[in-house]
Design a binder for this molecule. Structure first.
Ligand SMILES: Nc1ncnc2c1ncn2[C@@H]1O[C@H](COP(=O)(O)OP(=O)(O)OP(=O)(O)O)[C@@H](O)[C@H]1O
Ligand SMILES: [Mg+2]
Length: 230
């Protein structure tokens, strides 16, 4: 699967983000071309802010972000189509009353027959066929996260950015979502506190107090993070 990954380059060049007069990202520069990238670091270190730079949800106050040749400021609309973002809390992402309707919403504008076929295929692929028409509020947490991820994947984004996608899940569902993310044909950036998941990626980044302090092989970066916390 990994050999099929449509990897693009992510370039973050001297990026600073300020909020309320405080630098929440400080002069971050990194060039990334690995298929599966983990982002680790303590609470409040800037991971989510970094993740949100990648789909233009956060714009840099200084510096520049290029994702697959799209400038996050200049090509904002195209970037949002190219990058799928998965939130920690799937509730933030499920917009329609049922799974089938939610998946169909992601494909709005496509011909109806095609939407129906793709929705049915996505439901089957993610183990949600028998939940297609039940109220989304009746899904379990794991099913909800699976639906939120499916709604992103059905648009076939070239880059998937997931901000702590397994934090609210039990071990089995966490494993399931992790395995799915790691097997995608698209490039993925996964923000996580799950260091086993981070270690399964191809590259890792470590943030500390708004600065990118390590970038490299996941095993090395995870070790550095553990030392930092010791
Ligand atoms: N919109 C905002 N306004 C003000 N401060 C913000 C805003 N967004 C983030 N911050 C601050 O920036 C810092 C980094 O936040 P960020 O959410 O990126 O951290 P994080 O590494 O994702 O943390 P966690 O592991 O807890 O999710 C925090 O101190 C946070 O309070
Ligand atoms: Mg966060």
């Amino acid at each position: 699967m990994q050999s099929e990954t449509a990897v693009g380059s992510i370039s973050v060049d001297r990026v600073t983000v300020e909020r309320e007069g405080r630098r929440i990202l400080r002069d971050v520069s990194i060039e990334l071309s690995a298929p599966r990238i983990a982002v680790v670091g303590a609470n409040g270190s800037g991971k989510s802010t970094f993740a949100r730079l990648l789909n233009g949800l956060v714009l840099p106050d200084a510096g520049r972000v290029m994702v697959h040749d799209l400038d996050s400021r200049r090509d904002a609309k195209a970037l949002r189509r190219r990058v799928g973002f998965v939130f920690t809390d799937p509730q933030a992402q499920i917009l329609m009353p049922t799974p089938a309707e939610d998946l169909a919403l992601s494909l709005r504008g496509s011909p109806r027959a095609r939407v129906e076929a793709r929705v049915a295929a996505a439901l089957a692929e993610h183990g949600l066929s028998d939940r297609a028409d039940v109220p989304a509020s009746e899904l379990s947490g794991g099913q909800r996260q699976m639906l939120a991820l499916a709604s992103v994947l059905i648009t076939e984004p070239r880059l998937v950015v997931a901000d702590e996608p397994t934090t609210l899940l039990d071990l089995r569902n966490s494993r399931r979502i992790s395995d799915l993310l790691l097997s995608l044909a698209s490039q993925v950036v996964i923000v996580t506190h799950d260091l086993d998941l981070a270690a399964r990626c191809d590259h890792a980044l470590l943030f500390e107090k708004g600065s990118l302090i390590a970038s490299g092989a996941p095993q090395d970066v995870v070790s550095e993070y553990r030392e930092l916390c010791a």
